[in-house]
Design a protein around this ligand. Structure first.
Ligand SMILES: Nc1ncnc2c1ncn2[C@@H]1O[C@H](COP(=O)(O)OP(=O)(O)OP(=O)(O)O)[C@@H](O)[C@H]1O
Ligand SMILES: [Mg+2]
Length: 317
């Protein structure tokens, strides 16, 4: 089986990390000095937190980095006691490195409860003579103050569209793919600054062909053509419910889209359809209500139809 691209293309050195120049610069300074405080990496998914922790360790320790790097996941372990036990065992084994400390990387630290974080803080103190903690989270505000104040905080940013584009072109070139402007543009838009998502979407698109067009991406990402969604909305606004039902059938049954996918696209498209602002606000409010009902488990088909009926009645009011 082919290796998944997020691993295959995970940058191995700090310099190859995209779009986090400030973070990379500061981390390289630690490597040069050969010392490290505890670190807190905060930022959205797929922006390079885990990648940076691994690259940092590789540069700190060279080829034997794995012996000096323990990776834990705060959310899938069986609680803080198990985590502390693992840390204890790891901290006890002799320090192999010339650096005098080893790295403990803890992913999803913000999933720990306050009590668990308090316990973690004590553990950090206990082993800080020979271990450095690198904690990763999406929101630093969910990390208790005493931990934050013991760490150097690094903020990871969403990857800019420009950099996502370069990343996609980089992989496409390595993989020998032909990729159209439209496809690249769509992948950038769908990724929303998340390079893991960009990489996965590209790999799924490339699983059937080397010629990546907009249509290939659309099918892989399970999205409808914007034109179909706009037609759906316009037909509803025109009271043309035979067309609305047919279009919905086409999207749900033939294209296999989910109600959630469709409603997200309706939300995006509503801004492209000319109407006065007040009217648009009303429709967005309705979209929000229908989306909420879908999330809590209501029938998707009924919610979509009801939403489109409301589009027609809102217009009459
Ligand atoms: N800044 C980046 N530069 C290059 N590739 C990246 C970057 N960020 C993410 N990637 C790609 O996405 C994959 C996942 O990134 P990573 O594991 O570093 O994300 P993360 O920030 O730790 O996300 P999460 O919050 O979900 O743990 C990497 O293997 C790599 O392929
Ligand atoms: Mg991660």
């Amino acid at each position: 089986m082919e290796k998944i691209w997020t691993e295959k293309y995970r940058p191995k050195v700090l310099d190859d990390i995209y779009g986090q120049e400030r973070v990379v610069e500061r981390l390289k300074a630690y490597v040069e000095k050969g010392s490290l405080p505890h670190l807190l990496f905060a930022g959205p998914a797929g922006t390079g937190k885990t990648t940076s922790a691994i690259a940092l360790s590789k540069e700190m320790y060279g080829e034997h980095w794995k012996a000096a790097f323990l990776e834990l996941n705060a959310s899938d372990e069986r609680g803080i006691d198990v985590i502390r036990h693992k840390i204890k065992e790891y901290a006890r084994t002799t320090t192999i490195s010339q650096r005098g400390f080893k790295i403990i990387f803890m992913d999803e630290a913000d999933s720990l409860t306050q009590e668990a974080q308090a316990a973690l803080r004590r553990t950090m103190e206990k082993y800080s003579n020979n271990c450095r903690f690198v904690l990763s989270c999406n929101y630093s505000s969910k990390i208790i103050e005493p931990i934050q104040s013991r760490c150097a905080v690094f903020r990871f940013r969403l990857i800019t569209d420009d950099n996502v584009k370069k990343w996609i072109e980089h992989i496409a070139e390595e993989e020998g793919l032909k990729i159209s402007e439209e496809a690249t543009h769509m992948l950038v838009r769908l990724s929303e600054g998340d390079l893991r998502r960009a990489t996965n979407l590209l790999q799924i698109s490339a699983s059937t062909t080397n010629d990546i067009t907009g249509e290939v991406v659309r099918q892989s990402a399970n999205i409808a053509r914007p034109q179909d969604i706009e037609d759906l909305i316009l037909s509803a606004l025109k009271d043309d419910f035979v067309v609305v039902r047919n279009k919905l059938d086409e999207l749900l049954i033939e294209h296999g889209l989910s109600g959630g996918d469709i409603i997200k696209q309706i939300h995006k498209s509503i801004y492209n359809i000319p109407m006065d602002n007040w009217h648009r606000m009303k429709l967005v409010e309705r979209i929000g209500e229908a989306e909420y009902r879908m999330v809590i488990g209501s029938n998707e088909r009924i919610q979509l139809e009801a939403l489109l009926v409301q589009f027609a009645t809102e217009k009459k009011n």
